[in-house]
Write a protein that binds this ligand. Structure first.
Ligand SMILES: [Zn+2]
Length: 98
């Protein structure tokens, strides 16, 4: 299972599984926010998700929903995006060249 490392405002670094995180996409669907329940203090934490974070979370299998304001994204666009993530070089395409 993929482990995702993030931070709780109260506890510092925490490790979560993909099932612990929910991603909400807004606007054009390439950014949004994600939220999780801290495994230590049980508080709900919300974090902004940049385009890069969204890509990583989707690639690890985090479930997502699209907020009502972003009805412009289509199922086909999502399918195309997730197909792209399934290719081996998706990260090099998204990440800035070192
Ligand atoms: Zn916490």
């Amino acid at each position: 299972m993929t482990t995702i490392r993030t931070t709780c405002q109260g506890c510092g670094d925490v490790e979560l599984s993909t099932a612990d995180i929910a991603l909400e996409l807004t606007g054009t669907g390439d950014a949004g926010s994600y939220y999780f329940s801290c495994p230590y203090c049980a508080s709900i934490q919300t974090r902004p998700a940049t385009r890069r974070v969204v890509s990583i979370l989707l690639a690890t299998g985090v479930s997502y929903e699209i907020s009502a304001a972003s009805s412009t994204i289509t199922e086909a666009e999502i399918a195309g995006f997730t197909n792209m993530l399934n290719e081996d070089d998706w990260f090099s395409r998204i990440a800035p060249s070192a």
